[in-house]
Design a protein around this ligand. Sequence first.
Ligand code: DON
Length: 585
Amino acid sequence: MLNRATDRKLSFAVLAGVAALFLVQFFAASADEVPFIQYTDRFHPTLGQGGMVVSQEAMASRVGADILAKGGNAVDAAVATGFALAVTLPQAGNIGGGGFMLVYLAEHKKNIAIDYREIAPQQAHRDLFLNEQGEADPEKSRYSALSSGVPGTVAGLVHTQQKYGNLPLKAVMAPAIELAEQGFTVSYPLSWSIVQAEKRLNAHPASKEYFFRPDGKAWQQGDRWRQKDLANTLKRIASKGADGFYKGKTADLIVAEMERNGGLISHADLAGYAVVERTPVTGTYRGFEIVSMPPPSSGGIHIVQMLNILEGWDLQAQGHNSAGYLHRLIESMRRAYADRSKYLGDPDFNPVPVAALTDKSYANRLRAGISLEKATPSAEVLPAKNLAPESPQTTHYSVWDKDGNVVSNTYTLNFSYGNGISVTGAGFLLNNEMDDFSAKPGVPNAFGLLGDEANAIEPRKRPLSSMTPTLVFKDGVPVLATGGPGGSRIITSVLQVILNNIEFGMNIAEATAAPRIHHQWYPDTVDVEKGISPDTMKILRDMGHNATPSPWAIGRTQSITREQGMFQGITDYRWPGGSAEAAQP
Ligand code: DON
């Protein structure tokens, strides 16, 4: 127990300590060397000055940070992390899927949207997933070999690295090859997630061999897991580039797997896969510039559309996560997702009215139709009519290098472990991205999303996505990189991270941790995460919102901000095992 004298001495020491801390912070801040971090906040990001990599799996984040330290730029680090995640986070990191990467090149002040989404095989057709009664068959579109689109990940990563990276592809891929060949220690979350997909994986001999030990148990926490076939596939890519995947042995193995399981991907489909560089979707919000993914992702358009609607209200006066604020969010989400159902699809097949949907005056019209007193039932909200047509135009990680180049990348197999089918002899899983097409107008996909003609299946078409890798700029300088997985919940979780950070001034860790909500027009339900108070739920319900506790966490964002030269990174603790890794300056 402390006596009074010790107590007094301690009080003095504490006071002196506090005073010293204030002085250090004052001088540091006034010297403009470090940003003023509010250590009174409840959550804190990882800080660093030599660059930052944030992903959902710590070994892969470290791989990226080490590539930065070795002189790689943000693109090299992003590609290294992408290949590493294909080894250490097999449920979502992938070479058998596809995705979207946003790249900011500081020297040229240029943003590039890399579309490496899967494409429908040449033999796919509109009614591919309908049964004899003409009804959509989710077994086919989600779990059969027909559910796999032609993978785009390898083409996307290799294209971007060879065009915008600094290091040789081999150097960038070496860490992933080592992790696959030498193995790594399995974590509890990885073991847990294999068990969740046990039935699907066990149904296919190659998946059974890769994801389960010889005694039939899923790889357990503490086991060393080596993936020889995957290592060899990665080596073919490292030495031959994209041809190491789309041609030769890997292509033969993919086509053989298709033939065994009644899938459609052919040699011609693989050889014909092409990455597309697109112009990002842009918008503004209270003086910040928003740069995000264009179609065939719906993410960018709807982030900008919702921010445009929200910009017309004083949100701070409502208070963060108050019923008044959440009501405004929900009504904006409802209207954006209604438009998504009708207008969004692959722009190379149907023109998408990007400019009309992201126009401030259209948002003003939508806002004017929103009651501030009560919910609008979704049945009364229809997609916009007669928008002017226009000419064509799930895991996330963010990387930022010391020179100011930024990469925000989201890629996926669609479901965890895709359709569960591994390519025998090649060591990797195939996606079930074809379920993101609208199997039939009015029939929801696995994420409850509705679609129409614009997203019907056609050969070589890309299915509509919600992936939303996004960058925010202030006065032309990037200040935030974010994105995440979560199917239909991606767009709304990214929206809330952006608002929490730039509207409510939260540091990126607080902005990530704050409870989220989600509404997608149909079903007419607001999913609400733990942490929104019962009083707020009651007010929302009294306004007519079907506010329901969400059965799962909403999104898993991986974000970085940069203020006064300091990087602040945070993984989303809605999934364990991710990390923000600072590169050695
Ligand atoms: O592209 C899309 O929108 C979906 N295939 C993403 C799937 C997803 O995020 C699953 N992860 N939780």
